[in-house]
Design a protein around this ligand. Structure first.
Ligand code: MG
Length: 154
């Protein structure tokens, strides 16, 4: 077995889509990013790369490279899946977001990740927490964080 962990943070700004796990969540604010800013997929990509000790998302898709401008993060994930060919046992994800509440969107996000990873949804956990108004921008609702742990068969 190999284990990987990934983490990502994006600032939120009005007028951008809020993308989480390939799903657009209704929200007045979305991620500021060079790509589509899907913080959950970015953390997942880092978790996969971490499991195989293959660097990180920044080394694979540099923000300076115009090819990745406004890129669909699902496409970046599929490139990493092609490279690593992970036999995923399970993934456990946590999103920290002050608002909107994600509870009603969790199953849609799990289904989207299930589709992107070709993995049964019962191997995909997505949890949502607020920052309890702590941690500056995060607690003010001006940022979103995702953390992902992945277990793969070597
Ligand atoms: Mg990112």
């Amino acid at each position: 077995m190999r284990i990987g962990s990934g983490y990502d943070i994006h600032v939120l700004t009005p007028g951008r889509p809020l993308m989480l796990g390939g799903v657009e969540i209704p929200s007045p604010k979305g991620e500021v990013a060079h790509s589509d800013g899907d913080v959950l997929i970015h953390a997942l990509i880092d978790a996969i790369l971490g499991a195989y000790a293959r660097g990180d998302i920044g080394s694979h898709f540099p923000p300076s490279d115009e090819r990745w401008k406004d890129a669909d993060s699902g496409r970046l994930l599929s490139i990493v899946l092609d490279e690593c060919r992970p036999a995923i046992v399970n993934i456990d994800c946590t999103v920290f977001l002050e608002r909107p509440q994600l509870r009603e969107h969790i199953d849609r996000i799990r289904e989207s990740l299930s589709h992107l990873l070709s993995l049964e949804a019962d191997r995909i956990s997505v949890k949502a927490k607020t920052a309890e108004k702590c941690f500056g921008e995060l607690g003010r609702g001006d940022a979103v964080v995702a953390a992902v742990t992945i277990l793969v068969e070597d």
